[in-house]
Each structure stands twice: as C-alpha cells, then as structure tokens.
Write a protein that binds this ligand. Structure first.
Ligand SMILES: Cc1ncc(COP(=O)(O)O)c(C=O)c1O
Length: 391
C-alpha cells in the first residue's frame, strides 16, 4: 500500500510548537546532580572560544592545576574527560586493563558491577572481592582475593552512592595491591571535593570522578588522574584500547604539551568545571571536607530525631550521600513524590539490592548548606506525618 509523504513522516509536515524552556526550580538533594552554584551557571553563559584558541589552552592549564589541588596530587596526567562520570570511569578501566588481564572488583554496591562490565568489555577477566551492600571492603578479604587471583588491576569505590558507605583504610588497600604489583583504580565520583581524598598520600594510581556531585557542576567534563606508573602502563600497551574516543595515548596529544586536535572539547563544560574548582580552591579543600561533614551531620542528627535509621554504620557513614532506611509501613515512593510535587525537592529511592529499602539524600557541594538540610527535614517530617508515621 502506498503512503502519502505526510504518512511517511508523521509529525514532520508542520513545525512543532514547543514553548520556551522553563524547567522547574528544584532543590536537588538526591544522589546527584547537586545544585549548581550561581557562579558556575554564569561561567556557562560566557562566550565560546575555539577549543584550540590560545585563551582556551590557558583555561585548560588552569583547570588541570585546580584539579590537581582538589585530588591532592602532583600527577601531570590530570584531565577532565569529555563525558559523564562513566566516561572517566571507562577511560580509567579501558586503558589500564589489557586483554587477558585480571581485574578485581568489589560486590558491595551498584558501581562495582559497572566496573566489572567495563573490565570485561576491555577484554579483561573479572574476579570479585565480596562484602554485603551497606558495608565497606575488609582489607583482609582484599588480601585473600589477591592471594587467590593475583589480579593485575584492583578497583574499589571510595564513596558508594548506592549504599551511602565510605570506604575506610584506603592506604591499607593500596599497599596490599602494590605488594602484589597491581594497579589501583579508585572511584571517587561521590567523594571528590566533599570527602577527604588524598590521591598521592594514599598511593592511588588512578582516580576518576564526576563533576555533578560534590563539585556542584553540571555533568559533561569528568575528572581523571593517573600517576606516571599507571600512564607508563597505558603507553606501553601492546594492543590499542578498544575505544578510540577514550584512548589516553591519543588524548595525550590534546591535554599534553602538543595541544593538537583530538576532538572538540565541551568548552562550556570546561568553563563550568574551572569555576566550580575555583570555588573549591577559595574555600580550601580541607574546609570543604569539614563543611560537608558538619552540614551532613546536622542532617543525620535531624533524621535521628525523626526516628529514622541510617543504612551505614557510623564508622562508614558517607556525608555526601546519606542512605536512610524506610520505616515499616511507609511507602518510600509516596514520600519522594510528595517532596517533589509539593516542595520541588528531589531525593531518590534505593538502587539494586536496596531498592525500596532506603532513601538516598545527597549533601553535596552547594547543596551542603544548613538551609537546605532544614528544608529537607521539615518537608520530610510533613510527608511522613501524612502517612500516619510518628517518630
Ligand atoms: C560511584 C559512582 N560511580 C560512577 C558513576 C557514574 O557517573 P555518571 O552517572 O556521571 O556517568 C556514578 C553516578 O552516579 C557514581 O555515583
């Protein structure tokens, strides 16, 4: 049966009537993105320059310098990867893991699973070190996994966004890996700029992150740092990484001394990241860690007064992501809906093994302010009362 041109392309005949963009003004207190600082938004509305313009090369240098400060590293190889946190994650894993090599990944949260998928796609074998969702890795288990599997690369999640657990004893983990001549990749997506992280002092070979959590910057250019030892491994690979876009030996041409074209950098996102990192430097990184602890501490105390329980033990509490247990008889989704529809306030439900069991409340970057915490606690109490819950 023949079709008229209108039937071939339904909806294309007339120009669509789409109104001006007017997104709701939300208070973002979920697992990310976090609220963006007005100075970062302003930086994003400044004019574009070319990605090879001498002025942009200067902006790149400054962004790298600010990233080194925030990661607490002197690594020359410190760049924003074009793309979201998963892009810097895949750049780390896809370059470091060579076909036939073994990567040890954790099972104690959602993002260890993503590490495993990426390592397999890179041609690696995956072995696991177990801990329940809601607990950190035990160094003794990591040691045992090393003895058993002798992995080439070990990945761990410093701040697990799915469980609200902060991995303690990082230097112990890195020293186990280095005693076995392995490389360490740290996921610092939910810790960079909000929770103590010391890449050089803790002997982390590679750390990747995202801008939309404790840096309070929109997603799009994602921090990555590698020490010389890791970069030497990447540059000595026998086989090219499977991704052209994320091949660090090619990206070296753009972010290294040469400044040659590789791809058109997301210029506006680099502006944004530079401004977000300038805010970190102005505040001072240690002050910033302290602010996150203090303000999230106010949240934790207020949740306790409402009779709510944290998912993680106090010892492993992650200030930037507060995972809170949903009390019996309360509908977790109804509470989330109430906060969003009545108060334009975003929190999130649990993920994976913890779906339905927890709420996830972020306290990140520009969102880590007393005013936001008070607003969240007041509206949460109202939503709980609506369901007949009493502390
Ligand atoms: C711990 C962790 N790793 C990796 C990612 C992936 O980052 P993105 O969603 O920006 O790609 C996230 C995102 O929430 C995360 O929380």
């Amino acid at each position: 049966m023949s079709r008229t041109p209108e039937q071939e392309a339904p909806g294309h005949a007339e120009a669509p009537e789409v109104g001006e963009l007017t997104p709701p003004d939300r208070t973002l207190m979920g697992p990310g993105p976090s609220p963006v600082h007005p100075r970062v938004l302003r930086a994003m509305s400044t004019p574009l320059v070319g990605h090879l313009d001498p002025s942009f090369v200067e902006i790149m240098n400054e962004t790298q310098e600010l990233l080194r400060y925030t990661f607490r590293t002197d690594n020359q190889w410190t760049i924003p990867v074009s793309g979201t946190g998963s892009a810097s994650m895949e750049a780390a894993i896809g370059n470091l893991v060579e076909p036939g090599e073994t990567m040890l990944v954790p099972t104690n949260g959602y993002f260890g699973g993503r590490m495993a998928s990426m390592a397999r796609r890179a041609g690696g074998e995956v072995v696991e070190v177990d801990a329940p969702w809601g607990e950190p890795l035990d160094p003794a288990d990591v040691e045992a996994a090393f003895e058993e599997h002798q992995p080439d690369v070990f990945g761990f999640v410093h701040a697990e966004t799915s469980t609200g657990v902060l991995q303690p004893e990082v230097p112990e983990l890195t020293s186990i890996a280095h005693d076995h001549d392995a490389y360490v990749i740290a996921d610092s997506v939910t810790s960079l700029g909000g929770v103590e992280l010391r890449v050089d002092e803790w002997d982390i070979d590679v750390a990747y992150s995202g801008p939309q959590k404790c840096l309070s910057c929109p997603p799009g250019a994602s921090p990555l740092t590698l020490n010389d030892r890791a970069m030497d491994k990447v540059l000595d690979r026998e086989e090219e990484p499977r991704s052209w876009y994320l091949d660090l030996s090619l990206l070296e041409g753009y972010w290294g001394d040469e400044r040659a074209y590789h791809h058109t950098a997301p210029i506006t996102n680099v502006y944004a990241l530079r401004e977000a990192l300038r805010l970190v430097a102005e505040e001072g990184i240690e002050n910033r860690w302290a602010r996150h602890r203090e303000v999230a501490g106010e949240l934790k105390a207020g949740l306790g007064e409402l009779g709510l329980e944290m998912n993680a033990d106090d010892e492993f509490w992650l200030p930037s992501l507060n995972a809170v247990r949903v009390p019996d008889g309360v509908d977790d989704a109804a509470v989330i809906d109430h906060l969003l529809s009545e108060h334009d306030l975003e929190i999130a439900s649990g993920l994976g093994d913890l779906a339905g069991d927890i709420w996830r409340m972020g306290c990140m970057g520009h969102g880590a302010r007393t005013k936001n915490v008070e607003f969240l606690l007041a509206t949460l109490e109202e939503a709980l009362n609506e369901q007949g819950y009493e502390a």
